[in-house]
Design a protein around this ligand. Structure first.
Ligand code: APR
Length: 250
């Protein structure tokens, strides 16, 4: 294993992408069998400009993602991240980090496990009940907001929408304080997540990319001290076992 966290890496921060959850059946977004690669029209529907006509597509895509994630549960990579006590910044909306026991999770792109009102000024929000279909009711949510009557939608950030300010603030604070900043299962093409590794490195962290097929630009230097070509569900459990062994035999 070309890299493993050392005792000097006390504060581990993980930035996760779709690759960490892909094996649950959720797949990824880019690459040969990515959701957007297979259905570019669907990616179009994920832009804020497609609202409100895109609401059925949002329920179908993100509601289904919540259902598949809940049915499968966390992966070995999610559990290893939780057991290492890593703090998490995630682009994923599947809730699997929390399900694996991670408590400090900044959800940059929102959550497919929650419904919100279409009107961003309205505070209504409620947990979803994972189901199948393109209507709010298929996922345990009312189609009209109980507070203001506007339509409801999954609480997932769309392209060209603002990210949740609290999640961004938390992500930046974690990035500044990290000893080890690990990007796992993300192609690194979406901002602002893609800016976090260089920021962590500038703040003094060791930066590592773990990817089953690392993007070429990542391998050409840039933001990472180490680029590991590997499966998150092998690399992260190995790290967790090694840290446990060191802790047990100081
Ligand atoms: N272990 C490690 N890496 C993996 C694994 C695995 N088992 N499986 C896939 N990967 C890698 C792929 O090689 C790819 O680099 O995960 C990455 C997934 O990249 P994307 O599909 O682009 O997903 P992500 O980076 O999370 O996308 C960011 O784009 O569309 C938006 O909101 C969406 O949050 C998403 C954002």
């Amino acid at each position: 294993m070309s890299f493993r966290p050392g005792p000097q890496h006390r504060r581990i921060v993980v930035l996760s992408g779709a690759g960490l959850s892909a094996r649950t059946g959720l797949g990824t977004f880019r690459g040969p069998d990515g959701l957007w690669s297979l259905d570019p029209q669907l990616e179009e529907a994920m832009h804020a400009s497609a609202l409100p006509g895109s609401i059925p597509a949002l329920w179908r895509v993100w509601g289904d993602m919540a259902r598949v994630a809940a049915a499968h549960g966390p992966t070995p990579g999610h559990f290893a991240i939780a057991r290492m006590g890593a703090q998490v910044i995630t682009q994923n909306v599947d809730g699997l980090h929390q399900a694996a026991g991670s408590e400090d999770v900044a959800e940059l792109h929102g959550s497919a496990r929650r419904a919100v009102c279409l009107d961003p000024r309205c505070p209504w929000s409620a947990p979803l009940v994972p189901g199948e279909g393109d209507r709010a009711e298929d996922h345990g949510a009312p189609s009209a907001c109980p507070v203001c009557g506007a339509p409801t939608r999954p609480d997932v950030v769309l392209f060209d929408e603002q990210l949740p300010a609290a999640a961004i603030d938390r992500a930046l604070a974690l990035t500044r304080a990290a000893d080890l900043f690990v990007v796992v299962g993300s192609s690194g093409v979406v901002m602002p997540a893609a800016q976090l590794a260089p920021r962590a490195r500038a703040a003094g962290a060791t930066t590592v990319l773990v990817d089953i097929d690392p993007p070429r630009e990542a391998s050409r230097g840039g933001s990472f001290d180490h680029v590991l070509r590997g499966d998150a569900h092998e690399v992260l459990p190995d790290w967790e076992r090694a840290r446990r062994d060191v802790a047990a035999n100081p």
